[in-house]
Ligand binder design. Structure first.
Ligand code: HEC
Ligand code: HEC
Length: 296
């Protein structure tokens, strides 16, 4: 069995999500509508923003395609995957970019595209991306040779935290909010993280861990700050690896990996197969980085 294609499980998590969605979907309040102060600084359209229209959004999303892909699955994984993101999460992030309230990482690259959108455009585009199926990457299975996680694959460090969290540090398992296959939750607007680019996930987790946000409503940020504040860099890298490969099994046939990704996955698997189990950590550690580089 290949350890590097990570599949989401259905069950308890999915039930909990369904319940939360049916609750929250009853509230059609837009991001802008919910915040009068925000509407005042934008256009009249912002004040009346309501549920997005995915058909209108599909046309408007052409402006995003060069980086994020027309269906929100970027061909170049340096850009975040937007396929499957909840509508309101997308609209809220656009609002933050526009107001200069999300400036960390590579936010500057988003500014002109966000500025061109009304609040309703952002809802429409969000509705379009929310309907798209998200692909996934191949999780980094580099063997860790030293430190507290010696002997584990990088993604396994993340897998443990994703499912179990860490009670001693009051870290909740990620699946509770982001779902067993990483699809997030449209109700409270928890982002889709399954299949997300690992470097982007690392960047975001480090941002939450830093404890500083410009978002005036810290409610959602605080959830992630609580969870990340005691994570080590290696745990963040492990979570990023795990999440990048996490996906819904039904998508295996619907969303194919690109030929280059399949070749990279085969090369990584071949390198893993050649490794002696735990006997020669130095040799195994050396074999894995090459495979890792090929998947990026
Ligand atoms: C030139 C490339 C480029 C284009 C075109 C572009 N984006 Fe982005 N986008 C980025 C980058 C880079 C980031 C990551 C920013 C960061 O580091 O936080 C990003 C981030 C985002 C995010 C945040 C994702 C998350 O998971 O929080 C959203 C939402 C987004 N873009 C929507 C759009 C929309 C909608 C359009 C089209 C109107 C668009 N982008 C066009 C490069 C681009
Ligand atoms: C209590 C609910 C909750 C739990 C548990 C949780 N998250 Fe989150 N997560 C959120 C919310 C809410 C956001 C959006 C925060 C914001 O708006 O900035 C988020 C955002 C993120 C993002 C940024 C996504 C993007 O597109 O930019 C990543 C990555 C992430 N979480 C990973 C994790 C991981 C890994 C874990 C487990 C260690 C975890 N989350 C546990 C609620 C949660």
């Amino acid at each position: 069995m290949s350890p590097i294609r990570i599949l989401g499980l259905s069950g308890i998590g999915a039930l909990a999500i369904a319940a939360a969605v049916s609750f929250a979907q009853n509230n059609p309040e837009g991001t802008a509508a919910a915040k009068p102060a925000a509407a005042a600084t934008t256009t009249a359209a912002a004040e009346t923003a309501t549920w997005g229209d995915p058909a209108a959004g599909a046309t408007k999303a052409a402006a995003c395609a060069a980086c994020h892909g027309l269906d929100g699955n970027p061909t170049d994984p340096q850009y975040p995957r937007l396929a499957g993101m909840p509508e309101r999460y997308v609209a809220h992030q656009i609002e933050l970019f526009k107001k200069g309230l999300r400036t960390d990482g590579r936010a500057a690259e988003m500014l002109q595209y966000a500025n061109a959108l009304t609040a309703q455009d952002a809802r429409d585009i969000g509705a379009h991306f929310a309907k798209q199926k998200a692909g996934a990457l191949v999780a980094d299975a580099t063997l860790i040779s030293t430190g507290p996680n010696a002997g584990k694959r990088l993604y396994e460090v993340g897998q443990d935290l994703y499912w179990r969290g860490d009670a001693k540090r009051e870290i909740a398992g990620c699946f509770g909010c982001h779902g067993s296959d990483g699809r997030g939750n449209a109700g409270p607007s928890f982002p889709h993280i399954g299949g997300q680019n690992a470097n982007y996930v690392k960047q975001r987790l480090a941002y939450y861990r830093a404890g500083v946000t410009q978002d005036p409503n810290k409610h959602l940020y605080a959830m992630m700050n609580d969870i990340t504040k005691s994570l080590t860099d290696e745990e963040i890298a492990g979570l990023a690896a795990y999440v990048s490969g996490l996906h819904d099994r039904s998508l295996d046939t619907d969303v194919a990996l690109t030929p280059a990704q399949i070749e990279a996955a085969k090369a990584q698997q071949a390198a893993l197969d050649k490794q002696a189990p735990a006997a020669a950590p130095a040799a195994t550690a050396a074999a894995a980085p090459a495979a890792e580089a090929a998947t990026k």
